[in-house]
Design a binder for this molecule. Structure first.
Ligand SMILES: NC(=O)C1=CN([C@@H]2O[C@H](COP(=O)(O)OP(=O)(O)OC[C@H]3O[C@@H](n4cnc5c(N)ncnc54)[C@H](OP(=O)(O)O)[C@@H]3O)[C@@H](O)[C@H]2O)C=CC1
Ligand SMILES: CC(=O)N[C@@H](CCC(=O)OP(=O)(O)O)C(=O)O
Length: 345
């Protein structure tokens, strides 16, 4: 059994990790932390986990994390980077759901995240955990940077076109909408029910911290820098990301079989479902599952390609992808613990 600890167990991604790991046959949950709720039974805070998780929250100091085989950080940005080196030295493999190890260029990370990086040497060795791109490197990772929610939906949607060199990569557009759980469980005015319900807004238009992460991934796929306009929106739903992606075919690209390209690129991927031509995937169709469903369109047969990509932000966009990465790192079948039928309605 792989001994697993979770730092930050009271947040939305923390409880989602618990939900998934509670039914994972190869994992023993040994510690789950909260500074604010130490001593409380997990099932008292989350009754959904009664008779599934029989642990109490402990402080990070009392968690004996160095005795784990793997530790997930489901904490705000800037926490894992301070503790990862010590854990790695103790032989523990670190999976960070936050952004501390996602951006290779430390100066760029510091600019977007507004703090000094505490472990730049670990950024260099960390592996970006998008399995559909980096599966081989993930196997040996000691520090795993789990991708952001928007970056997962946007990269999976654009990758086949960018890798094939079919679209103009100077002017990519990603118009993405997220459910409110994407903002986490902490109390904030903009996520109160009367503020977020029955309304719809864009945010972060001048620049969102997921922009450099998406650009980095697509540039690696293209083999050169890419230009991207990324506009996130807050929608009055709880879970889900819907990304509408726009690209312009290069001259001569209109002969390409885009449906075939997507089907071939993701053939054999358990968690990417290329929908039949003409589909309009809904966030509901992936709710609570680790799936990304994608549809590719060429409206009126013109030279603009529109890709629709949907995920559950808490699962393929966070905890589910983290468990998928754990499975790869520890040699489990990739679907272990993740073979979940989406919840509908
Ligand atoms: N929500 C989402 O859809 C996604 C979130 N993420 C990322 O995952 C991470 C967690 O997100 P989410 O679950 O939404 O966040 P929440 O705000 O809901 O939860 C944060 C958790 O971290 C703990 N925590 C906070 N500060 C510290 C600290 N200094 N040391 C140890 N523990 C701490 C909190 O518990 P306590 O204060 O009691 O210790 C709490 O359990 C974030 O980095 C987020 O950006 C990534 C992809 C998607
Ligand atoms: C709706 C909402 O607020 N979403 C968050 C992004 C989700 C997240 O937690 O970001 P990481 O993937 O980088 O960890 C935001 O825009 O800040």
């Amino acid at each position: 059994m792989v001994k697993v600890g979770i730092v930050g167990g009271t947040g939305y991604t923390g409880v989602e990790l618990l939900r998934l790991l509670a039914r994972h046959p190869g994992v023993e949950l040994t510690a789950i932390t909260s500074r604010g709720e130490a001593g409380m039974a997990v099932s008292d805070m989350f009754p959904s986990l009664r008779r599934r998780v029989d642990l109490k929250f402990v402080t990070p100091q009392d968690a004996a994390l160095e005795k784990c085989d793997a530790v997930f950080f489901a904490t705000p940005n800037g926490i894992a980077m301070k503790q990862a080196a010590e854990l790695v030295a103790a032989g523990v493999r670190v999976i960070d759901l936050a952004a501390d190890f996602r951006i290779r260029d430390v100066a760029e990370w510091q600019k977007w995240y507004g703090m000094e990086h505490a472990a730049p040497e670990l950024v260099a060795e960390a592996v970006y955990g998008l399995p559909e791109v980096n599966r081989a490197q993930i196997r040996g990772a000691r520090v795993l940077a789990n991708p952001g929610c928007y970056p997962t939906a946007v990269q999976l949607g654009f990758l086949p076109l960018v890798e094939a060199g079919l679209i103009d990569t100077d002017h990519l557009i990603a118009d993405a909408k997220s459910g409110v759980s994407g903002a986490g469980r902490k109390a904030e005015v903009h996520t109160l029910l009367p503020e977020a319900a029955d309304s719809f807004k864009a945010y972060g238009v001048p620049g969102h911290r997921h922009l450099p992460e998406i650009r980095q991934g697509l540039a690696l796929a293209a083999g050169h820098a890419v230009g991207l306009t990324f506009v996130p929106h807050l929608t009055p739903m709880i879970r889900g990301i819907h990304a509408t992606l726009y690209g312009r075919l290069k001259p001569g690209g209109d002969a390409a079989d885009l449906q075939g390209l997507y089907e071939k690129r993701y053939a054999g991927e358990a968690f990417v479902d290329v929908m039949p031509a003409g589909s309009h995937p809904e966030t509901r169709s992936v709710r609570a599952s680790n799936l990304c469903r994608i549809a590719v369109h060429r409206p009126q047969g013109g030279d603009t390609v529109v890709v629709l990509s949907v995920i559950d932000n808490l699962v393929k966009g966070a905890a589910g992808q983290a468990v998928q990465n754990l499975n790869i790192m520890f040699g489990f079948d990739e679907e272990t613990g993740l073979d979940i039928v989406p919840v509908s309605p």
